[in-house]
Design a binder for this molecule. Structure first.
Ligand SMILES: Nc1ncnc2c1ncn2[C@@H]1O[C@H](COP(=O)(O)OP(=O)(O)OP(=O)(O)O)[C@@H](O)[C@H]1O
Ligand SMILES: [Mg+2]
Length: 381
């Protein structure tokens, strides 16, 4: 079977030349060109090169700028510009300037609205007079607005995240204090009561045999211990009092006891204290990274390095465990890693995570210090 030709023979493009079919373009008359000019979607006009007066303006021009065609024809092109730009515009389009060009600048509409436009112009003869055909693209304005709105949205989102983190910290402190002060006191009262009953040798205290009384005792002790851990994890009060490294040393001790994952800490931090927001951010990031190691890495060892000077606080948390594919993580619903990144970002820092299946996970964080603020209170907490 013969293949079907791409262009049916009777519809082949006509050849140009004497005796051959006339090319279709030649058949377009002046009136049709005018229609095409008028219907172009971009504001388009023709300017007298010598005077820069409008000699033609299309429908998109009248629609975008609000001037009627007659009004355009009574104006010069620089009238569309801000008065302070008019001189520059004349030079740019004048007879001694290059005859074609492209530029982004501002126009004024009839209602005095200032719009950013992208103009392209080329020389054309018009009624045998040197003229300029100029096409104006207003899309960049829309694009710019979109970019501005995106930036604005990003700014608002960032402010919201910052506020959420602040609220979360305040709420955690409040709950930690409540747990410690209120429930902790009650449990301590209960413990004292049990102990004093035992001391007084009240046989059958609470009407229970000795073994069960001992169990009550140990449950109360366990409760007090767990409550303290919970409250400390929520907001270790020593972070404010003794700083990051001693708090972490304390935290690692409890972490290892709970998870059986050993932590090796290496640090060189000078000065010893950092702004509260930097310390709490560092603590929270390490806390989440270590929780992940215990939950997902399947290893009993994690290395933590902390280096700090007057410019930044740098953290490295590394395990040689299971690892994972970070690209797949983005599609999951977990908030831990994203939360770490956001916390670093909120104080102007950044976090990079490298991980690969069976090769372990490495998290590097840089938290810059506000200039001259090491050791002092820099950011709001
Ligand atoms: N150190 C690690 N080793 C192995 N896999 C990890 C490690 N850290 C994170 N992951 C993987 O990345 C995923 C996302 O971690 P992320 O901390 O964001 O969430 P999560 O721990 O699952 O839940 P949560 O929101 O409670 O933190 C985990 O589910 C886990 O599969
Ligand atoms: Mg997690």
């Amino acid at each position: 079977m013969r293949p079907t030709p791409l262009i049916p023979s009777e519809r082949k493009t006509p050849k140009v030349g004497r005796g051959r079919a006339t090319p279709r373009a030649v058949a377009i008359g002046e009136a049709q060109y005018e229609t095409i000019f008028n219907r172009l979607p971009q504001p388009t006009w023709i300017l007298d090169r010598a005077t820069l007066r409008f000699v033609a303006a299309n429908e998109a021009a009248t629609a975008h700028y609000g001037y009627s065609r007659e009004e355009f024809l009574a104006m010069s092109y620089p009238d569309l510009h801000l008065p302070e730009d008019a001189m520059g515009v004349r030079q740019r389009l004048g007879q001694y300037a290059p005859s074609r060009g492209t530029v982004a600048w501002y126009h004024r509409t009839k209602t005095e609205k200032v719009i950013r436009v992208h103009a392209v112009w080329i020389p054309v003869p018009f009624d045998r007079v040197p003229a300029i055909l100029m096409v104006v693209e207003t899309t960049p304005t829309a694009l710019r607005r979109l970019v501005e709105e995106t930036e604005e949205g990003r700014g608002r989102l960032e402010a919201l995240s910052r506020r959420l983190v602040e609220l979360q910290e305040a709420e955690r402190s409040e709950i930690a204090r409540e747990l410690h002060d209120e429930i902790g006191q009650l449990l301590t009262g209960l413990k004292l009561l049990v102990a004093s009953g035992e001391r007084r040798g009240e046989n059958g205290f609470l009407g229970l045999p000795a073994a069960e009384r001992a169990e009550i005792n140990s449950i109360v002790n366990e409760l007090i211990g767990r409550l303290r851990d919970l409250s400390m994890n929520l907001r270790p009060p020593m972070l404010d009092e003794i700083g990051l490294i001693p708090t972490l040393e304390w935290y690692f001790g409890r972490y290892t006891a709970r998870t059986h994952v050993n932590v090796t800490l290496r640090h060189s931090v000078e000065p010893a204290r950092f702004p509260a927001a930097v310390e709490i951010t560092a603590f929270r990031i390490i806390q989440e990274a270590l929780t992940n190691v215990a939950r997902h890495a399947g290893t009993d060892q994690v290395d933590v390095e902390i280096h700090g000077d007057r410019e930044s606080l740098r953290l490295l948390i590394e395990d040689k465990g299971n690892g994972f594919n970070p690209r797949l993580m983005l599609s999951s619903h977990s908030a831990g890693i994203i939360g770490m990144q956001q916390r670093a970002h909120l104080i102007g820092g950044h976090l990079t995570l490298e991980s690969a299946i069976s090769a372990g996970t490495r998290i590097a964080v840089v938290l810059p210090l506000p200039v001259g603020k090491a050791g002092g209170a820099g950011y709001p907490t």
